[in-house]
Design a protein around this ligand. Structure first.
Ligand code: CP
Length: 340
C-alpha cells in the first residue's frame, strides 16, 4: 500500500470515473515497478477473465500481470467454456440461454477477487449496443471489482497503458498535442479505443485533435463528456476533417479505425460509406510532414491498409512499447484495486 489517492475496490470500466490524480498515481506505480520490481503481493488472489471476443494483448497482459504477482488466473471463452448467458432481467429462460448473468456473476465472485470481461456487443443497434449490457450486468451482480477488457464504449486499460507510454516519451502531458487519426480498415472496428484514448488525453490536459471523415463521429454522449473533461482539465479538443491539417504540429499521431455509428445496424450501408475512404492511410509522407511526431496504434494493425510498414517500423513508432506497457500498467492497476 502507498499514500495518495486510492482506487481500492473500484471497477475499472472507463477512465471517466477516475480523476487525473488517480490516473497519474497508477502510472507512477507502474513506472516505479519497472525499475524496482514487484514481488508476489497477489499470492492467494485470483482473476477470472471472460472473453466474448478475441484478444492477444489484453488477454496476455492481464494473465501475465496477475500471475507474475503471485496470483491465479482462469481464462474462459464465452460460447466455448461458459454456459450460454441470459442478459435480460426477469427473463423466462425457455430459449437458448442456460444460465443467467446474475448467477454467473455472483458465483464467479465466490472464486475470484477480480472479474474481467471483454464484450464488444452484437445487438446490431447502436442505442442498444452502447448500453454495454454484458459489462453493466456483471457490475450490477458481481460482488468483486469488474475490469473492462474492451467493451462497445471503452477500453480503459489500453488508454491507461498508453498514458504511461506517452509520459515516458514526452514527459509532462498537459499542453502536448495528440492527434487521433481515423484510418481506413476493411472492417467496422469498435469505438472503444478512440473513446478511451480521447478520454485519457482530455483527462490529462492534452490538446486533442480528432480527425475523421464525415459520418464517423464518436458517440454523441461520449463527445459531450470529452468536451466537459477537456474544459475542466485545461486541455483542449477540436475536430478537423483534413488528415494533413490534423497532424500539423502534432507531438503524437495516434491511428485508429472505427465504424459509422449512424449505420451501425446496416452493415452493407456502413461498408459502402467506409469504402469511400480506402485511401485514408497513415503514410510515411504524412508523418514526414509533422516535424517528428511519434506514431501510436493500439494494435492489431492492418499493415499497408491503415498504416504503411515504413511508419509502423520507423524509429518514432511506439506501437510495441505501447503493447509492452499494457503489462506494466496492469500490474499496477491490479495492486491498486486490490489494495496491496
Ligand atoms: N489493443 C488490444 O486490446 O489488443 P487485443 O485486441 O489483441 O487485446
Amino acid at each position: 500500500m502507498r499514500d495518495g489517492p486510492s482506487i481500492t475496490g473500484r471497477d475499472v470500466v472507463t477512465l471517466d470515473t477516475f480523476s487525473a490524480e488517480e490516473i497519474r498515481a497508477v502510472i507512477e506505480r507502474a513506472r516505479a515497478h519497472k525499475t524496482v520490481g514487484h514481488g508476489s503481493p497477489l499470492r492467494g488472489r485470483s482473476l477470472a477473465m471472460v472473453f466474448f471476443d478475441p484478444s492477444l494483448r489484453t488477454r496476455a497482459s492481464f494473465a501475465i500481470a496477475f500471475s507474475s504477482l503471485g496470483g491465479t488466473v482462469i481464462d474462459m471463452v464465452a460460447g466455448r467454456d461458459l454456459w450460454a448467458l441470459e442478459m435480460q432481467e426477469g427473463a423466462v429462460m425457455d430459449d437458448l440461454a442456460d444460465e443467467h448473468v446474475q448467477d454467473a456473476a455472483r458465483v464467479l465472485s465466490e472464486y475470484a477477487d477480480i472479474i474481467a470481461i471483454r464484450a464488444l456487443g452484437k445487438e446490431g443497434d447502436w442505442a442498444r449496443d452502447r448500453r454495454d449490457r454484458v459489462i453493466v450486468s456483471f457490475q450490477k451482480h458481481a460482488t468483486v471489482p469488474i475490469f473492462n477488457m474492451e467493451s462497445v464504449l471503452d477500453h480503459p486499460c489500453q488508454a491507461w497503458g498508453d498514458a504511461l507510454t506517452l509520459e515516458e516519451e514526452l514527459g509532462d502531458l498537459p499542453g502536448r498535442k495528440l492527434t487521433l487519426a481515423w484510418a481506413y480498415h476493411p472492417k467496422a472496428r469498435p469505438l472503444a479505443v478512440p473513446h478511451g484514448i480521447s478520454m485519457m488525453a482530455c483527462k490529462l490536459g492534452m490538446d486533442l485533435t480528432i480527425s475523421h471523415p464525415d459520418g464517423f463521429p464518436l458517440d454523441a454522449r461520449v463527445q459531450q463528456s470529452l468536451e466537459h473533461t477537456a474544459a475542466t482539465s485545461g486541455g483542449s479538443l477540436r475536430s478537423v476533417s483534413s488528415l494533413e491539417e490534423a497532424v500539423d504540429g502534432a507531438d503524437v499521431v495516434y491511428a485508429a479505425s472505427w465504424g459509422s455509428i449512424d449505420r451501425h445496424g446496416s452493415p452493407e450501408k456502413e461498408r459502402s460509406m467506409r469504402e469511400q475512404h480506402r485511401e485514408r492511410r497513415i503514410t510515411a509522407a504524412l508523418m514526414a510532414s509533422t516535424n517528428g511526431a511519434r506514431f501510436m496504434h493500439a494494435m492489431p494493425i492492418r499493415r499497408n491498409v491503415e498504416v504503411d510498414d515504413a511508419v509502423v517500423d520507423a524509429p518514432g513508432s511506439l506501437v510495441v512499447r505501447q503493447a509492452g506497457n499494457r503489462l506494466h500498467i496492469q500490474r499496477a492497476l491490479f495492486q491498486e484495486v486490490l489494495g496491496v
